[in-house]
Structure formats: structure tokens, C-alpha cells
Design a protein around this ligand. Structure first.
Ligand code: MN
Length: 326
């Protein structure tokens, strides 16, 4: 398919580059490093070759979220966003931007989102899971009350928020001890991000701010497959759910969330996601440079879905959600 738009596509700046070491064997680091630092050469050639008209670019992970010093987190976020704005300005027909945000401080995050959207023309933000705030041994999630003023700004700006994975802190990873292979994209990324998303859904955030759009990668981090069970629990027991939100979790999932195909190139999984959330809420993505553009495109271009759905998922859903000027 020509004209695809992809939106979980990463780059790095020198200050965040080493956050991505360790996600591939040492023998691949030179290649990954090149892919992360390149924007206008290899990346663009692959986009041309595989029918990607546009990428919405975002910083690598965990980057800003793993900087406990609040002022430093803000400084790196602004530096990355300024750099990204310059790259987009060189080729705006092919690249657009999602902002990195210093979520360590909700007011600074709101201010940076506002700056990125209104002054730099960014289309939304991408945040790498929980933030470490003030001390390295902390994990702060965004359903907490101090973040609701930030979410009000997200709704007001109508700027989609991509909740991207990071690994849990080692001190909070007992279940993975002795099984390092389960960290990262194998399992821990999905687990961490799915629970964070469920916290947002159960918090009542979307009752107060129904206009917020959250994007999850990797075909929804396992959530479509579990959505019925999350709401059913012990269906024979007549007891209300024990969360502050007013409605079923699936209602928020279907009205406030979008999913991307990033790093999950599997037709069975895509069809399950279509059945749970609908083809209007699924967006093509690759997860470059951690996954391959050809792997994503070769699969998606011929996946057994209708051509109507392929055009929506590959292009028009993203154009509409981000109000892209194509
Ligand atoms: Mn990613």
C-alpha cells in the first residue's frame, strides 16, 4: 500500500542515545545507533521503498521519563523537541512530530505540550510510561490527581497522547528475576503499559475529560484480548466494580483509545483488535528503528483484511486523528 502514515517511529539525540543500548545484542549496536541518529537518509529511503508517505517522529525510551532531576528532565525534553522541530522543518511532507514531555512536573509538562503544539506545530505527544520523580527509586503513574490539570490541557489542545512502554524498575521486577529474557518487548513492556492504561481508564479521568485520545502501541499491549474478562470478572456475583470511573472499562477503551500495529505484525492479533475496538481506531506503525519497516509493510500490505480497512488503518485514521495536512 502506498501513502501509509506511521506514528511510533523513534529517533535519539546524543543525550538519550544510550538508553537504547541493551535492547539488541552488542553486535547490532552500530546498526541500531545509526538508525536512531539518522532521519533524512536511510530512514527516508526505506519509507520510499515501502510506501510510507509520512512518519510522526518521537524520542527513544525511556529518555526523559528516566531523569529524576526535574529541571534536567525539562531541559532534555525541550532540547529534543527543538531538535525534532528543526528536522521536521526540513521535510514537513514526510515527517511530523510528537513531543517528549517532562512528566515529572505536571505544570512543566503542560507548558511544554502547549509550546510544542502551538509554537512548533507538533501533532501530539509520546511519553514513555511512568516517570521517576526526584529520586531514582520512584515510579509515578499519570492517573494520580496531580496529573489531572495536565490532562485538561491535553483535552483542550486536542493533542493525542501516545503512552509508550518502558521496563519496570529493577526493584519492582521481582516476577522477572532470573528471567531477563522477559524484559522489554517480549513481555514486560506490554504488562507495564497495559496496567498503566487500565489505571487511567478506572480512575474516572475520561468521565471528567471525555475528549482525551490515548494511543497504545503493539496492537494494544494485550488489552483487546482481555477486554471482556476485565469487565466480566466473576459475572455471577452482583457487585459494582471497585474503581472510581462511572462506566465499564471497555467503554473507555472504545471511546478514548487508539491502537497501533507497531512491532506486532500478526493478522490474527489485528483481527482481534478490529473486533474489539473497530477498524476506525487502529493505526499502522512500525516501531522503527527497533523493528524493520519492511517487516511491518510486507505484512500489512497483504494482511487478510478488507481494502477499506487497510486504507483506514494505513492512512486515513491517522490523517483524521492528527488533522494532518496531506
Ligand atoms: Mn517504540
Amino acid at each position: 500500500m502506498q501513502g501509509k502514515i506511521a506514528l511510533e517511529e523513534h529517533f535519539a539525540i546524543e543525550e538519550t542515545l544510550m538508553d537504547s543500548a541493551g535492547f539488541v545484542p552488542d553486535s547490532y549496536w552500530a546498526e541500531l545507533k545509526h538508525r536512531l541518529l539518522d532521519i533524512h537518509d536511510t530512514r527516508l529511503k526505506l519509507m520510499d521503498k515501502h510506501g510510507l508517505e509520512m512518519m510522526l517522529l518521537s524520542l527513544n525510551a525511556p529518555a526523559v521519563q528516566a531523569i529524576p532531576d526535574i529541571a534536567k528532565a525539562n531541559e532534555i525534553a525541550m532540547r529534543a523537541n527543538d531538535f525534532l522541530a528543526e528536522q521536521v522543518a526540513r521535510n514537513p511532507g514526510r515527517f511530523q512530530a510528537l513531543a517528549a514531555l517532562p512528566m515529572q512536573d505536571p505544570d512543566l509538562a503542560s507548558r511544554e505540550l502547549h509550546r510544542c503544539v502551538n509554537e512548533l506545530g507538533f501533532k501530539g505527544s509520546l511519553v514513555n510510561g511512568f516517570s521517576q520523580v526526584t529520586q531514582a527509586e520512584s515510579a509515578v503513574y499519570y492517573d494520580l490527581p496531580q496529573y489531572w490539570s495536565f490532562w485538561a490541557e491535553v483535552e483542550k489542545l486536542d493533542a493525542p497522547f501516545y503512552l509508550h512502554p518502558r521496563n519496570p524498575l529493577p526493584s519492582m521486577s521481582q516476577i522477572y528475576e532470573g528471567h531477563a529474557w522477559l524484559m522489554g518487548p517480549t513481555w514486560a513492556f506490554g504488562q507495564e503499559t497495559a496496567v498503566h492504561a487500565l489505571r487511567l481508564m478506572g480512575s474516572g479521568l475520561f468521565d471528567k475529560h471525555p475528549g482525551i485520545n490515548i494511543i497504545l502501541g503493539h496492537m494494544g499491549e494485550g488489552l483487546p484480548y482481555s477486554m471482556w474478562r476485565i469487565d466480566n470478572r466473576n459475572g455471577w456475583v452482583k457487585a459494582p466494580p471497585k474503581y472510581p470511573a462511572k462506566r465499564k472499562i471497555a467503554d473507555y477503551f472504545r471511546e478514548n483509545f487508539y491502537l497501533t500495529t507497531s512491532g506486532n505484525f500478526r493478522t490474527q492479533t489485528l483481527i482481534d483488535a478490529v473486533l474489539e475496538i473497530g477498524a476506525d481506531r487502529i493505526l499502522f506503525s512500525t516501531d522503527w528503528p527497533f523493528e524493520n519497516i519492511d517487516h511491518a509493510s510486507d505484512w500489512f500490505d497483504v494482511a487478510s483484511i478488507s481494502e477499506n480497512d487497510r486504507v483506514k488503518i494505513g492512512r486515513t485514521n491517522a490523517a483524521k486523528l492528527f488533522k494532518l495536512d496531506l
